[in-house]
Design a protein around this ligand. Structure first.
Ligand SMILES: CC[C@H](C(=O)O)C(=O)SCCNC(=O)CCNC(=O)[C@H](O)C(C)(C)COP(=O)(O)OP(=O)(O)OC[C@H]1O[C@@H](n2cnc3c(N)ncnc32)[C@H](O)[C@@H]1OP(=O)(O)O
Ligand SMILES: [Co+2]
Length: 136
């Protein structure tokens, strides 16, 4: 795990939350991207070396919809940058962590991602992210 790559925040209204975080962080949303496979619409802001990922549910069965219904808006997950997501997944499995997907899957912002079940990570939803290297 190299560093925290982003903090995911569940929001009900991406546009309103984007404006709020622009004021809060004194910066601007630099990317808005829908990840249909995840049922989310994301907005990214940079705060110094850190990224904030705002997440709005884009479908009724989105994990964000379920999270907000249960816990309200707020911090949803912490994403860590890894160099080799498959090796890290194997290491975590060996350590007894429960992974929520067997293979890395496409994420936002040109990443491959995997999630660790919060029940095995001390109550925190942890995401692994590896930069997708562009084809030469
Ligand atoms: C990939 C695009 C983007 C990116 O960065 O590139 C994203 O980050 S997308 C983010 C949205 N996608 C996901 O979150 C995928 C992984 N999440 C899941 O598979 C589910 O949300 C899961 C399994 C974590 C929970 O789903 P479930 O249907 O089991 O919901 P429950 O409410 O029954 O939850 C079970 C249990 O876990 C607790 N929980 C749920 N979500 C979280 C959370 N974000 N942080 C901490 N704990 C969480 C929930 O409270 C339940 O515990 P209990 O004690 O029973 O209340
Ligand atoms: Co994320």
């Amino acid at each position: 795990m190299n560093k925290i790559e982003h903090i995911g925040i569940a929001v009900s209204d991406l546009e309103a939350a984007g404006s709020l975080y622009e004021k809060l962080l004194n910066t601007t949303v630099y990317k808005i991207e829908e990840v249909v496979t995840e049922g989310v619409k994301t907005a990214f802001l940079q705060s110094g070396p850190n990224k904030i990922e705002l997440l709005e549910a884009s479908s009724a069965d989105s994990p964000i919809a379920k999270f907000i219904a249960k816990k309200g808006e707020g911090i949803h997950h912490i994403a860590f940058e890894v160099d080799d997501i498959k090796a890290e997944m194997a290491r975590l499995k060996g350590e007894g962590f429960v992974l929520l997907n067997d293979e890395p899957k496409p994420g936002a912002d040109n990443k491959l991602v995997c999630f660790v079940h919060p029940k095995t990570a001390g109550g925190v939803l942890v995401e692994l992210v590896q930069e997708l290297v562009p084809n030469p």
